[in-house]
Write a protein that binds this ligand. Structure first.
Ligand code: APR
Ligand code: PHB
Length: 394
């Protein structure tokens, strides 16, 4: 089998890349180890930056997002028993974010690829990549047979546990990493969200977050130990803990309801560089992980996709290689700024083990500053809605 761009992984990065390349007349094949049902139901964060939502709409996969996505013009930071609104619209000249679940983005992209006759092989596991400097090949297993996909370029969109990053020779690959001493216990609950906007809370007992998926479904998180046993968290214990952390002095009440799903997510910051080796490019979680505070994972994956699409277009239309040559540096500039923001939000809002009184007061001062200084609130807002792009994607 042969194609122009061989894409490993049908997460947001791989599917969006395949979709945008198709719109530019560039052919691709997507290999995904999981089933279609699995990827269309995987629960992940659900906040789209303005630029991500706009790109979906402009590229023709935004109809459902426009109908069902919830547009938010701000968030609340809560600490010391009181809430403080960060007004994105006011601070960023009218920008907003859209709350729309990641698996809905996946469904929309899979449907668009299918409607355009795009090739996605599900339950097709890439086992190795070869000849990255000359004529790249992907070996994959599908339906009990081992097959080969020959391509001009390989896009490694295979997430944190994929094979592409480790195909870069160890003497070339550099890893920068921070593992946090806490995790998030997340739930989906069948209850009307207790607020129209997201609430990020810093409390003596740890961080908590109120988010949502729809007007009927709430998504909530609370900080816990990384080795916490989910079996020890009854529904009652979860709701009591959330209510305690989110309580305000004026008696705000968190409504509870049946918990549909619960799980624990570890937290890390991770960057692998370079993001290109020969004719193989890394995108999204294959190259970088951010902690979920600020919900940047999907948005950063889509930012890589914009850069690679533009570079491949320059190559196929004009034979220009400079975009491809600079792919890694271009992506990493944004990656590090988003890493900084995600690390800062995480550090500001979580209780660290053995936090002493000095660190605790710095936390409170940081929160006081961001909620009382227009300059600092603007810095939060412009990062949250998404830093601007230097160039359009095509
Ligand atoms: N062969 C084929 N597919 C693979 C292989 C392999 N060897 N290894 C991994 N995959 C698939 C996974 O099954 C997964 O569907 O690659 C896909 C990677 O998708 P994501 O993990 O969603 O990564 P990405 O597209 O970079 O999206 C980043 O999504 O992971 C979330 O929270 C993350 O929001 C972030 C965003
Ligand atoms: C979510 O809705 O899942 C979500 C929202 C905001 C975050 C992280 C996750 O910062």
């Amino acid at each position: 089998m042969r194609t122009q761009v061989g894409i490993i992984g049908a997460g947001p990065a791989g599917l969006m890349l395949s979709h945008l390349l198709h719109l530019q007349g560039i052919e691709s094949v997507v290999l995904e180890s999981r089933s279609q049902e699995y990827i269309e139901q995987r629960v992940r964060a659900g906040v789209l930056e303005k630029g991500t939502a706009d790109l979906m709409i402009e590229s023709g996969v935004g109809a459902r997002l426009q109908r069902e996505g919830l547009i938010h013009h701000g968030i609340e930071l809560r600490f010391g028993g009181a809430g403080h609104r960060i007004d994105f619209a006011d601070l960023t000249g009218g920008k907003s974010i859209t709350v729309y679940a990641q698996h809905e983005v996946i469904k929309d992209l899979v449907a668009a690829r299918a409607a355009a006759g795009g090739k996605i092989f599900f339950e097709a596991e890439a086992v190795s990549v070869h000849d990255l400097d000359t004529q790249p090949k992907i070996r994959f297993q599908h339906g009990g047979a081992t097959e080969t996909l020959d391509c001009d370029f390989i896009a490694g969109c295979d997430g944190f546990h994929g094979i592409c990053r480790n195909a870069i020779p160890p003497e070339v690959l550099r890893i920068h990493e921070r593992v946090y001493p806490f995790a998030w216990l997340g739930i989906l609950a069948k209850v009307k969200p207790a607020s129209d906007e997201l609430i990020y809370t810093y409390h003596d007992r740890g961080f908590s977050l109120l988010s949502m998926r729809s007007p009927e479904i709430s998504r909530l998180y609370l900080q816990c130990d990384p080795d916490e046993n989910i079996a020890e968290w009854s529904d009652d214990r979860i709701w009591t803990e959330l209510r305690t952390r989110m309580a305000t002095r004026d008696g705000w009440m968190l409504a509870d309801g049946p918990i549909l799903q619960k799980g624990i997510t570890p937290m890390r910051s991770f960057v692998a560089e370079p993001m290109r080796h020969g004719k193989m490019f890394l995108l999204g979680d294959a190259a970088h992980i951010v902690p979920p505070t600020g919900a940047k994972g999907l948005n950063l994956a889509v930012a890589d996709v914009r850069v690679l699409t533009r570079s491949l277009l320059d190559f196929y239309r004009h034979g220009a290689t400079s975009g491809l040559d600079h792919y890694s540096d271009t992506c990493l500039r944004r990656v590090w700024k988003v890493q900084r923001f995600s690390w800062w939000m995480t550090s500001m809002l979580h209780r660290f083990p053995n936090e002493d009184s000095f660190q605790h007061h710095l936390h409170l001062a940081e929160l006081d500053y961001v909620t009382s200084s227009r300059a600092q609130a603007t810095a939060l807002a412009e990062n949250y809605v998404g830093l601007p792009f230097d160039e359009p994607y095509s």
